[in-house]
Design a protein around this ligand. Structure first.
Ligand SMILES: [Mn+2]
Length: 363
């Protein structure tokens, strides 16, 4: 919450509002499933400078869950002096509890929580190192924020070992930091550790964001049942296409149209390759469609103009490549009368453009 969403341009307000709406859907899931409790595993907020009115609003949403809610600080909203966690609104919501110490906490349903607290933006230590759950029949749940080892992240801090669930003997390790739902198998193949991902997608290129996880552990030692529930509303779509052949603009247009209603979709269309003169108008129309038909739409183009005549063939080295280009150019001329059987002017023109693409690659 509180992301500036500068990457969403004029749609930033809508993107921020969607995150509150999605939080309300998370609370609705907690109510409808009558869960024992809910956990938020860090980076609830973009940073510790977010508007305190937003903090109060988030507390209000969490208080509407009708179950205890346990929250740990993450590296974006680390437990430091003057952090979001010092806001008075937390103390006004008795069912919402910010965990500030590394010590086990009893939760409803016979669970024991092991909160691993981020106290700085960066840390090179495994935040779960202190946890070792006893075999006492309770359901042990580790709450941690960090980077599971050997996974690439932009923010590779707070390393968490892949065998964390085995080592800590936890029934479940609830993770925050990564934006997409990702589970990790224990030594016996059962998944006892997972990132829920963010409740609402955040940016282009994410995998499986926009969900909450409903996790059920009937008894200590049982394999957790993990059910992802969709809570996000906006789609962030990155479409990439390389234009090479006549008709490619139309094919890209079909992919754009296949996205359907654009009111909840942010679209980045990346184009490279070659644009033919006879498709320039179609491209302009497509770009207008992308800009006007979506909540956010942007075309990023490194298209180069395809040749309008065959003058470029004169720069080819003498030999088979030049011979080939000259022959194709002659066949591509609609008035040519000696094309081999099965070769149309259009096929020859396409082949000539492909030769142009190859000959000019790396220019
Ligand atoms: Mn983080």
């Amino acid at each position: 919450m509180g992301m500036r969403a500068a990457h969403a341009g004029a749609s930033a307000d809508a993107v921020r509002a969607a995150r509150i709406d999605a939080a309300e859907r998370v609370a609705a899931v907690a109510r409808s499933r009558a869960v024992d409790f809910m956990v938020l595993c860090g980076d609830t907020f973009e940073d510790n400078q977010v508007d305190r009115a937003l903090v109060a609003r988030v507390v209000e949403v969490l208080a509407s869950c009708r179950c205890p809610v346990y929250v740990i600080p993450g590296n974006h909203d680390a437990l430091v002096a003057g952090s979001v966690w010092s806001d008075a609104s937390w103390s006004r919501a008795p069912t919402v509890r910010v965990l500030r110490e590394e010590s086990p906490v009893d939760a409803p349903g016979g669970a024991t929580l092991w909160p691993c607290i981020a106290k700085a933006r960066h840390d090179e230590r495994d935040p779960t190192a202190w946890v070792r759950a006893p075999s006492d029949g309770r359901v042990h749940v580790v709450l941690a924020h960090g980077t599971v080892e050997s996974v690439h992240f932009e923010e590779p801090w707070y390393p968490i070992a892949r065998d964390c669930a085995d080592r800590t003997r936890a029934d479940y390790v609830a993770l925050g930091h990564f934006h997409g739902y990702t589970g990790y198998a224990s030594g016996d193949g059962a998944v006892r550790m997972a990132y829920s991902g963010t409740h609402e997608p955040t940016r282009f290129g994410e995998r499986d964001p926009g969900q909450a996880l409903v996790v059920s552990v009937a008894r200590s030692g049982d394999v957790p049942a993990i059910e992802p529930v969709v809570t996000g509303a906006l789609r962030w779509v990155l479409l990439e296409a390389s234009l090479q052949e006549l008709g490619d603009v139309g094919r890209v247009r079909e992919r754009v149209e296949a996205l359907g209603d654009g009111a909840k979709t942010l679209l980045r269309l990346k184009l490279d390759g070659y644009l033919r003169v006879d498709e320039q108008e179609a491209l302009v129309t497509l770009a207008e469609r992308v800009r006007a038909g979506f909540l956010f739409g942007r075309v990023e183009s490194t298209l180069r103009p395809a040749p309008t005549d065959t003058a470029w063939t004169r720069s080819l080295p003498v030999g088979p490549v030049l011979d080939c280009a000259q022959r194709l150019a002659r066949w591509a001329d609609p008035s040519c009368v000696d094309r081999p059987e099965g070769v149309s002017a259009d096929v020859a023109a396409r082949a000539l453009l492909e030769l142009y693409v190859m000959a000019s690659a790396g220019d």
